[in-house]
Ligand binder design. Structure first.
Ligand code: SR1
Length: 347
C-alpha cells in the first residue's frame, strides 16, 4: 500500500514537468546545473511511514526535474549511521546534502565538516544551529495552534487530555511549546497522560502505550497527537478498547491512508493540520539547488500547513492526497525558494 502511494506520488509529480533537462544539463540554468552531473545526498533519520515516503518522493521528483543525481541514504532511526552517511556523502564528492530530521548533537560536527569541504547543506526539521545551513520547516507553531483551536471549537476549554510527545525532534519540540502555552492559557485543560514513541513501529508501539493510558484514565476525551503515526496508534488503541465514540483525536500530517482513517464512519480522528510532504521534499531540494548555484537562500524556509477537519474532508468527498492537492492550492505547490530556472510545477 505504501509503495503504491509512493509510486503514485512520483508518477503524478513527474507528469507535466517544465522540461529542458537532459544528461548534458538544464537549459538556461546557472552553473553547475547548465552542464549537469550535480550530485546531492538526501540523508534521512526516519524513512518509514507515509510522511517520510512522500517527502522522499517529492525530493526525488524535484531532483529529477533539475537533472540532479539524488543519492538517498535511508534512515533507520540510527544516529551513528546517519553521521556515517554524512561522511560517506562528503567522500562521494556530492555538491549538496539535505539532512532530513536527526539528532543535532550527533550531526553538528560532521555537518560542519561538510560545510568546510564546500558542500552546501540544507536541514529539514533538525536544528543544526549553523548559519551556513538553512532550515526548512512546516510552521510548526501555526500547525499546533490550528489543531488546538479546533479542539477548543469542538470541546470547549475544559477537558481531560492525552498528549503524545517524544522530546528531541525539532518539529515535535516546537509543537510542544504551543501545547505548554495552550495549557497555561486554558487551566481547564488537564493533561492526564503523556506518552509516545518514535521507532520503525511508531504507530503500534504508541497504540500499546495509549491503551495503558486510557485504561488508567478513562476520563480522557481529547488526544493531541501531533504526528500522524501517533494519531494512528491512538486510533488503534481506541478501537481495541471500544471507546472510539467518547474520544476525539487532533493530529498533524496527512496521507491518502490517513484521509481514509479520518473519514471512515465512527472515526475518532476528527482533525489534522498538514502540509503536503511531497511539496516539502521538493522545497528542500530547491533550497539546496539554489545554494549550489550560489544564489540566496533564507535562513528559515517555511511551508505553511492547512487545517483539515473530518467534516470538511467528508463534505468535499476527498479520498486521496492527489484529490486534496487539486482542491487546496497549498497542497500542490509552494512558492518557497523558487527561481525562474527551476522547474517547480510538479503536479
Ligand atoms: C518524529 S518527527 C515527526 C514529524 O516530522 C515531520 O515534521 C512530520 O510533520 C511529522 O509529524
Amino acid at each position: 500500500m505504501r509503495c503504491n502511494l509512493k509510486r503514485a506520488a512520483i508518477t503524478l509529480m513527474t507528469l507535466g514537468l517544465a522540461g529542458g533537462v537532459s544528461a548534458a544539463g538544464l537549459e538556461g540554468a546557472p552553473a553547475p546545473f547548465d552542464k549537469g552531473g550535480v550530485k546531492v545526498a538526501l540523508i534521512s533519520y526516519i524513512s518509514s511511514g507515509d510522511f517520510f515516503q512522500a517527502y522522499q518522493a517529492g525530493a526525488e521528483a524535484q531532483a529529477k526535474a533539475l537533472g540532479i543525481d539524488l543519492r538517498v541514504f535511508p534512515g533507520k532511526q540510527n544516529a551513528a549511521e546517519q553521521r556515517e552517511q554524512v561522511q560517506q556523502a562528503i567522500n562521494l564528492g556530492v555538491h549538496g546534502i539535505v539532512v532530513d530530521h536527526g539528532l543535532p548533537e550527533s550531526l553538528g560536527d560532521v555537518v560542519q565538516q561538510a560545510v568546510d569541504a564546500g558542500v552546501k547543506v540544507v536541514a529539514f526539521d533538525v536544528n543544526l544551529n549553523n548559519p551556513a545551513v538553512p532550515q526548512v520547516e512546516q510552521s510548526d507553531h501555526e500547525l499546533a495552534r490550528l489543531a488546538l483551536e479546533q479542539a477548543v471549537k469542538d470541546n470547549g476549554t475544559s477537558f481531560n487530555a492525552g498528549y503524545v510527545y517524544v522530546a528531541g525532534f525539532a518539529p515535535l519540540d516546537r509543537r510542544n511549546k504551543v501545547w505548554d502555552k495552550f495549557r497555561a492559557d486554558n487551566p481547564g485543560v488537564v493533561e492526564k497522560a503523556r506518552f509516545g514513541n518514535v521507532s520503525d513501529t511508531t504507530a503500534t508501539s504508541t497504540a500499546d502505550q495509549a491503551k495503558a493510558a486510557f485504561t488508567a484514565n478513562p476520563d480522557i476525551s481529547v488526544v493531541f497527537a501531533p504526528y500522524d503515526e501517533f494519531a494512528r496508534g491512538v486510533k488503534l488503541a481506541a478501537a481495541d478498547l471500544g471507546i472510539t465514540d467518547r474520544l476525539k483525536i487532533y493530529s498533524a500530517d496527512v496521507s491518502t491512508a490517513d484521509i481514509q482513517e479520518i473519514v471512515e464512519e465512527g472515526s475518532p480522528w476528527v482533525a489534522t493540520v498538514a502540509t503536503n510532504p511531497a511539496v516539502v521534499g521538493a522545497v528542500s531540494v530547491r533550497a539546496v539547488a539554489l545554494k549550489i548555484a550560489g544564489q540566496h537562500v533564507p535562513e528559515r524556509i517555511l511551508v505553511k500547513p492547512a487545517l483539515l477537519t473530518q467534516e470538511a474532508l467528508r463534505q468535499a468527498g476527498v479520498k486521496t492526497i492527489e484529490e486534496l492537492a487539486a482542491k487546496v492550492p497549498a497542497f500542490s505547490a509552494s512558492d518557497a525558494v523558487t527561481a525562474d530556472w527551476i522547474p517547480a510545477k510538479l503536479f
